[in-house]
Write a protein that binds this ligand. Structure first.
Ligand code: CU
Length: 197
Protein backbone atom coordinates (compact mmCIF):
# COMPACT_ATOMS: atom_id res chain seq x y z
CA UNK A 1 0.00 0.00 0.00
CA UNK A 2 2.79 2.41 0.82
CA UNK A 3 4.55 1.52 -2.40
CA UNK A 4 1.38 1.81 -4.46
CA UNK A 5 0.26 5.21 -3.18
CA UNK A 6 2.86 7.32 -5.07
CA UNK A 7 2.06 5.42 -8.27
CA UNK A 8 -1.65 6.13 -7.85
CA UNK A 9 -0.94 9.79 -7.15
CA UNK A 10 1.14 10.03 -10.31
CA UNK A 11 -1.57 8.30 -12.33
CA UNK A 12 -4.21 10.67 -10.96
CA UNK A 13 -2.02 13.65 -11.75
CA UNK A 14 -1.50 12.35 -15.26
CA UNK A 15 -5.24 11.95 -15.81
CA UNK A 16 -5.90 15.46 -14.53
CA UNK A 17 -3.29 16.92 -16.86
CA UNK A 18 -4.66 15.06 -19.86
CA UNK A 19 -8.25 16.08 -19.14
CA UNK A 20 -7.55 19.74 -18.50
CA UNK A 21 -4.32 21.50 -19.41
CA UNK A 22 -5.25 24.24 -16.94
CA UNK A 23 -4.61 21.77 -14.08
CA UNK A 24 -1.17 20.83 -15.31
CA UNK A 25 0.43 23.27 -12.94
CA UNK A 26 -1.35 21.84 -9.89
CA UNK A 27 -0.72 18.09 -9.78
CA UNK A 28 -0.68 18.17 -5.99
CA UNK A 29 -4.43 18.82 -6.00
CA UNK A 30 -4.99 15.41 -7.55
CA UNK A 31 -3.08 13.50 -4.88
CA UNK A 32 -5.83 13.63 -2.20
CA UNK A 33 -8.25 12.06 -4.70
CA UNK A 34 -5.98 9.05 -5.02
CA UNK A 35 -5.62 8.74 -1.24
CA UNK A 36 -9.38 8.93 -0.64
CA UNK A 37 -9.86 5.75 -2.65
CA UNK A 38 -8.42 3.69 0.24
CA UNK A 39 -8.77 5.48 3.59
CA UNK A 40 -6.62 4.14 6.43
CA UNK A 41 -8.40 1.94 9.00
CA UNK A 42 -9.78 3.87 12.00
CA UNK A 43 -7.21 4.39 14.74
CA UNK A 44 -7.57 2.37 17.94
CA UNK A 45 -8.87 4.46 20.82
CA UNK A 46 -9.21 4.17 24.58
CA UNK A 47 -10.68 6.17 27.43
CA UNK A 48 -9.90 6.66 31.11
CA UNK A 49 -12.16 7.66 34.01
CA UNK A 50 -9.81 9.19 36.58
CA UNK A 51 -10.77 8.69 40.22
CA UNK A 52 -9.30 10.09 43.41
CA UNK A 53 -8.60 8.27 46.67
CA UNK A 54 -12.27 8.54 47.71
CA UNK A 55 -13.43 6.94 44.47
CA UNK A 56 -14.86 10.20 43.11
CA UNK A 57 -14.38 10.94 39.42
CA UNK A 58 -11.99 13.90 39.05
CA UNK A 59 -11.37 13.81 35.33
CA UNK A 60 -10.99 11.84 32.15
CA UNK A 61 -8.51 11.00 29.45
CA UNK A 62 -8.65 9.81 25.86
CA UNK A 63 -5.96 7.92 23.98
CA UNK A 64 -5.59 7.57 20.23
CA UNK A 65 -3.12 5.25 18.53
CA UNK A 66 -0.99 7.46 16.25
CA UNK A 67 1.23 6.11 13.44
CA UNK A 68 4.31 6.07 15.68
CA UNK A 69 3.02 6.63 19.20
CA UNK A 70 0.01 7.42 21.34
CA UNK A 71 -1.73 10.79 21.68
CA UNK A 72 -3.12 11.35 25.18
CA UNK A 73 -5.54 14.11 26.24
CA UNK A 74 -6.16 14.63 29.95
CA UNK A 75 -8.67 16.89 31.71
CA UNK A 76 -8.98 17.09 35.50
CA UNK A 77 -10.81 19.11 38.15
CA UNK A 78 -10.34 19.34 41.89
CA UNK A 79 -6.66 18.42 42.07
CA UNK A 80 -4.08 20.34 44.10
CA UNK A 81 -2.61 23.23 42.07
CA UNK A 82 0.86 22.77 40.58
CA UNK A 83 2.79 20.15 38.63
CA UNK A 84 1.87 16.48 38.94
CA UNK A 85 3.76 13.40 37.80
CA UNK A 86 1.81 11.43 35.18
CA UNK A 87 2.57 7.89 34.12
CA UNK A 88 1.22 4.80 32.43
CA UNK A 89 1.21 2.07 35.09
CA UNK A 90 1.49 -1.60 34.23
CA UNK A 91 -1.82 -3.01 35.50
CA UNK A 92 -5.37 -2.00 34.68
CA UNK A 93 -6.47 -2.02 38.30
CA UNK A 94 -7.15 1.11 40.38
CA UNK A 95 -8.02 0.18 43.95
CA UNK A 96 -8.47 3.22 46.21
CA UNK A 97 -7.11 4.77 48.28
CA UNK A 98 -3.43 4.23 47.39
CA UNK A 99 -3.80 2.72 43.89
CA UNK A 100 -0.79 0.45 44.47
CA UNK A 101 -2.83 -2.17 42.60
CA UNK A 102 -1.79 -0.45 39.36
CA UNK A 103 1.77 -1.73 39.83
CA UNK A 104 4.89 0.06 38.61
CA UNK A 105 5.42 2.02 35.44
CA UNK A 106 5.03 0.33 32.06
CA UNK A 107 8.44 -0.88 30.92
CA UNK A 108 9.72 -2.94 28.05
CA UNK A 109 12.73 -4.55 29.72
CA UNK A 110 13.31 -6.37 33.00
CA UNK A 111 14.39 -3.99 35.74
CA UNK A 112 12.52 -0.73 35.34
CA UNK A 113 14.71 2.36 35.29
CA UNK A 114 12.80 5.64 35.50
CA UNK A 115 13.10 9.05 33.94
CA UNK A 116 12.52 10.83 30.65
CA UNK A 117 15.79 12.70 31.28
CA UNK A 118 17.67 9.58 32.41
CA UNK A 119 19.95 8.12 29.70
CA UNK A 120 19.68 4.66 31.34
CA UNK A 121 15.87 4.66 31.50
CA UNK A 122 13.93 1.58 30.38
CA UNK A 123 10.46 2.72 31.39
CA UNK A 124 8.05 3.31 28.54
CA UNK A 125 5.25 4.51 30.81
CA UNK A 126 7.01 7.76 31.66
CA UNK A 127 5.27 11.00 30.63
CA UNK A 128 5.74 14.76 31.10
CA UNK A 129 4.13 16.41 34.12
CA UNK A 130 0.53 17.66 34.14
CA UNK A 131 -0.02 21.25 35.31
CA UNK A 132 -3.06 22.02 37.45
CA UNK A 133 -4.08 25.68 37.79
CA UNK A 134 -5.00 27.53 40.99
CA UNK A 135 -8.66 26.58 40.56
CA UNK A 136 -7.78 22.87 40.56
CA UNK A 137 -8.39 22.38 36.84
CA UNK A 138 -5.89 21.04 34.34
CA UNK A 139 -5.98 20.08 30.68
CA UNK A 140 -3.21 19.01 28.35
CA UNK A 141 -2.28 16.78 25.45
CA UNK A 142 0.75 14.52 25.55
CA UNK A 143 2.40 12.40 22.90
CA UNK A 144 4.38 9.28 23.75
CA UNK A 145 6.42 7.46 21.13
CA UNK A 146 7.34 4.82 23.74
CA UNK A 147 4.07 2.85 23.86
CA UNK A 148 1.16 1.73 21.70
CA UNK A 149 -2.41 0.73 22.39
CA UNK A 150 -2.09 -2.73 20.83
CA UNK A 151 1.61 -3.42 20.25
CA UNK A 152 2.29 -1.58 16.99
CA UNK A 153 5.95 -1.44 15.91
CA UNK A 154 6.93 -3.59 18.89
CA UNK A 155 6.14 -0.80 21.39
CA UNK A 156 4.62 -2.11 24.66
CA UNK A 157 0.82 -2.37 24.43
CA UNK A 158 -1.26 -0.48 27.00
CA UNK A 159 -4.22 -2.73 26.16
CA UNK A 160 -2.34 -5.95 27.00
CA UNK A 161 -3.79 -8.91 28.90
CA UNK A 162 -3.58 -7.31 32.36
CA UNK A 163 -4.34 -3.83 31.05
CA UNK A 164 -2.76 -0.55 32.11
CA UNK A 165 -3.70 2.49 34.16
CA UNK A 166 -3.09 6.22 33.97
CA UNK A 167 -1.88 7.53 37.32
CA UNK A 168 -1.55 11.15 38.48
CA UNK A 169 0.85 11.61 41.38
CA UNK A 170 0.65 14.19 44.18
CA UNK A 171 3.99 15.82 43.33
CA UNK A 172 5.98 16.62 40.18
CA UNK A 173 8.28 14.08 38.53
CA UNK A 174 11.90 15.28 38.26
CA UNK A 175 12.36 12.80 35.37
CA UNK A 176 15.66 11.53 36.76
CA UNK A 177 15.59 10.13 40.31
CA UNK A 178 14.51 6.58 41.21
CA UNK A 179 12.09 4.98 41.36
CA UNK A 180 9.44 7.55 40.33
CA UNK A 181 11.19 10.90 40.09
CA UNK A 182 10.04 11.97 43.55
CA UNK A 183 6.44 12.17 42.38
CA UNK A 184 5.08 10.94 45.71
CA UNK A 185 1.74 9.26 46.43
CA UNK A 186 -0.78 8.36 43.74
CA UNK A 187 -3.48 11.06 43.78
CA UNK A 188 -5.68 9.70 41.00
CA UNK A 189 -5.93 6.57 38.89
CA UNK A 190 -7.98 5.38 35.95
CA UNK A 191 -8.07 2.13 33.99
CA UNK A 192 -7.24 2.49 30.28
CA UNK A 193 -10.32 1.03 28.57
CA UNK A 194 -10.56 0.18 24.88
CA UNK A 195 -13.16 2.05 22.84
CA UNK A 196 -14.52 5.55 22.30
CA UNK A 197 -16.11 5.81 25.76
CU1 CU B 1 3.59 6.70 38.44
Amino acid sequence: MRRLAPTLALLAAGVAMAASPALAGAPAAAAPMAMSASPPPPAARATVDLKDATGASIGAATLVDAPHGVLLRVTVKGLAPGWHGLHFHEKGLCTAPDFKSAGGHVHGAAGAVHGLLNPAATETGDLPNLYVAADGAGAAEFYSALVSLKGAEGRPALLDTDGSALVIHANPDDHVSQPIGGAGPRAACGVITAGQG
